[in-house]
Each structure stands twice: as C-alpha cells, then as structure tokens.
Design a protein around this ligand. Structure first.
Ligand code: ATP
Ligand code: MG
Length: 399
C-alpha cells in the first residue's frame, strides 16, 4: 500500500482492535485506482461517533450529526464517518437526519456513483459490491441503483456527475445521462452554496470543456444562478481555449461571454453567493480585461491592478484573441516590476505635507493633488522624494 493510506493503517487497526470494522472509502479509493495523487483519505467505520471518541483520545466534532469525527492520531488528522443510510429524503434535498448502521454494504449503497462506492480494507483488499472498478475501467459515471431514484433523493448528485466529468474525463452511463436530462429542474431546490462548490470544481477540472458542453446539452445550465436562457453565450464561450485558466479567470471569462454590464456583474456574482473577496478579485480581472481589449495598459492601470491581476488579464487576453505569446505577458509584468512605487503608502509625501506647503485645510483638493503626484511619480515626471515633490509642485503651481 502507498501513502497516504499507509500512515492511516494504524488508525484502522485501532478501530478493529476495539471490535469494529473500518475501511478506506470514497474519492481516495477511486483516485488510487486511477493512479491519481491523493490528498487525504476518508475512513468509514461501524463504530458510532461516541464509540470512535472512546477509541481515540484526541478528536474534534466536525459533523457529528452526519456521523463524522475528526481524529488526530500521530500528528495527522483523519475524518472518520460512521456507516450510515440516508433514509428519509425530503423535497429532493439531502436529508437532515441520517441513520447509523453497522453494515458496510448499506453505507456503500447510499453513495452517489459506483466509482465512489468502493471500500478498501487495511490490507488493500477491495470491497466493491456495485462493480465500481469496472466502471472506472470503462471510464463511466453510473449511479448506485436507479439513476432517477438517486437524483430524486438528492438533486445535487446531477451536478456532482458533471463535475466528475470535468475532473476525470469520464462519460455518463446511458441511464444516468437520460435520468439527468429529465430531472435537472429538481436542481432548483438545491442550496446555491452546494451548487457553487460543485460548479467551481467543474470550472477547474481538466476536462472542463467536455463538462460545460454537457451542461449545455442536458439543459442543466438553466438551473444555475444567472444562466437561465443563456445557452448561446455558453456555446460561444466554448470556442476559447480556456483549459489553462485559473478558477477566477474562468468566472471572468463567463462574465465576458455573458456580456454583462458592471452592475449586473456584481449581482451575478452575488447570486452565486461567492465570498466578497472572490467577487472583488473576479470583478477586478473582468474590469481590466474589458479595458485591455480596447487599449494597452497605462502605467497607472498596471499600478492599481497589481501583479496577479495583470497576469490574469494578459492570459485571458491571449485566450480571447487566440494568440499565445508569453513574451507579451513577461513584458507587461516587467514594466510593472520596474514601477518606482507599487502602493500609495510608498509615496514620500503625505496629506499633512500638502496642507503645510499650501497652507490650506483638508478637502477634495488633497486627494486630487495626491493622485496627480502619484501619477507623476509613476510616469517618472517627478522623483519619489519629499523635497523634489515639493519643488515640482511649486513649479506646477506657478505655471
Ligand atoms: P473529491 O476528490 O473531489 O473530494 P470525493 O469523491 O471524495 O471527491 P466528496 O464530496 O469529498 O467527493 O464526497 C466523499 C464521498 O461521499 C463520495 O466519494 C461519495 O461516496 C459520497 N458522497 C458525497 N456526496 C454525496 C451525495 N450527495 N450523495 C451520495 N453520496 C455522496
Ligand atoms: Mg473528498
């Protein structure tokens, strides 16, 4: 067995010594069978959360109502979840209450796709009652049990299916895609935060174009915030070679394809319940992208935008223009690096200086003067030195 499973084997052993079953489950087992790198392992057990807490001295309750306890063992942390079923599905959403069970089979049965319903014991033996391994071999995403039933239980699974297409490049199995195309309207019932989390994984996936195409083909896009009736823009977006873009650049490209105006941009991103910081980043990239498509950077824009935004905008500029010239990106970034100042706080002059020099009280004129000085420093019309700035300002005023 390989890391990170290997270090977790003693955790499984400890649970077994206490008289319970424990297995590796979920994405880690799937990715292991795909030879993909694995960040962390999930463990499922027949022990209840309280029983898990009795076995390990150091634990954190991270989702005890869903049966998940975080166990700290030899300086590593492991998410350990009690075998469970989700019997009472209501309103096409995942249930609020879960029932703990003692059987691994039942736990695997409630999982979404066969590739995600494989368990592995501490010796590396696979328990695979739904033929997840052959699905992986055939590169197929197939629900455990009847697709229509499983999507009705929890409509988010439809979005998960498409985000796995993006991450893995698999196809949806026949019945699964049929059920999906029929049941997509149920996604209206799903919390936007849950949709966003899957959508962002979709935007980052290696096979994002294939996944976006599937969103269009199945009509799923209509049940995502701000995308209703936006089939044409989504199709137009597909002409770009966007596989290398980062997540926020993908959001900005989406805004570009939708040809949203400034106010609508903010609403669109808010409707997706994106965190404020992310909204600001995406807006900034989008704004400078539009500017850049019309003109070259000014020194002042380079300065305000900053390194990361410049890079994002230049990469997007090339994606939209269909060119690929790293020299151009390097050239703008170099110009940025050579700016005499990178932030307002680096200016060797303050509002107080100006008030003293002009013997005037504060007011709008102050800000105006500071911006004028800032621009002149950037354009190297004046050196960033307190007395040089004073001299220069007095000269300007005499003119
Ligand atoms: P990733 O590598 O992106 O984390 P993952 O398969 O581990 O992929 P998670 O969202 O972390 O996905 O979920 C862990 C496991 O829990 C899944 O592999 C699946 O077995 C199960 N699961 C998650 N969400 C659902 C759901 N909505 N319905 C049924 N089973 C689910
Ligand atoms: Mg996971």
């Amino acid at each position: 067995m390989l890391e990170p499973f290997l270090s977790a084997v003693p955790v499984l052993e400890k649970i077994e010594k206490a008289g319970f079953e424990a297995y590796f489950v979920g994405g880690a087992v799937r990715d292991f069978l795909l030879n993909k790198s694995i960040s962390d392992v999930d463990i499922a057990t027949s022990a209840t959360p309280n029983e898990v807490k009795r076995i390990f001295p150091k634990t954190v309750d991270i989702g005890i109502e869903h049966g998940t306890v975080l166990v700290i063992y030899q300086n590593e942390s492991y998410e350990i979840t009690t075998f469970r079923t989700e019997s009472e599905y209501q309103d096409f959403r995942r249930p609020n209450e879960v029932t703990f069970v003692r059987s691994l089979y039942e736990d695997l049965q409630r999982r979404d796709f066969t590739m995600n319903a494989i368990a592995m014991d501490r010796n590396g033996k696979l328990i695979d009652p739904f033929n997840g391994q052959s699905a992986i071999q055939e590169r197929k995403i197939q629900t455990v049990g009847q697709a229509t039933e499983r999507f009705r239980e929890d409509a988010l699974r439809m979005m998960r299916a498409v985000r796995f297409v993006s991450q893995l490049g698999f196809d949806l199995e026949g019945e699964t895609v049929k059920a999906l195309a029929i049941l997509v309207p149920l996604l209206d019932k799903i919390a936007i935060e849950r949709k966003r989390s899957e959508f962002e994984k979709l935007l980052k996936g290696k096979n994002r174009k294939q996944a976006l195409n599937l969103l269009i083909k199945t009509g799923l896009f209509s049940f995502l915030p701000g995308l209703k009736n936006q089939k044409n823009p989504l199709e137009d977006m597909q002409v770009y070679d966007f596989d290398e873009l980062k997540k926020n650049e993908m959001w900005a490209l989406l805004l570009y394809a939708l040809t949203l105006k400034e106010k609508a941009v903010e609403d669109f991103l808010r409707n997706w319940r994106l965190p404020v910081k992310e909204i600001r980043d995406i807006q900034q990239i989008f704004l400078y992208l539009l500017k850049r498509l019309n003109q070259e950077w000014t020194l002042y824009d380079l300065y305000v935008a900053g390194h990361d935004t410049i890079k994002s905008v230049e990469i997007m500029f090339q994606v939209i223009k269909g060119t690929k010239k790293n020299e151009a990106i390097t050239r703008w970034l170099k110009l940025y690096e050579q700016l005499p100042i990178k932030e307002r706080s680096e200016m060797n002059v303050t509002g107080n200086d100006l008030m003293t020099w002009f013997d005037r009280k504060g007011g709008p004129w102050l800000k105006e003067q500071l911006v004028k000085i800032e621009k002149s420093i950037l354009e190297e019309k004046v050196v960033n030195d307190n007395s040089k700035i004073k001299e220069w300002l007095m000269e300007c005023n005499q003119k």
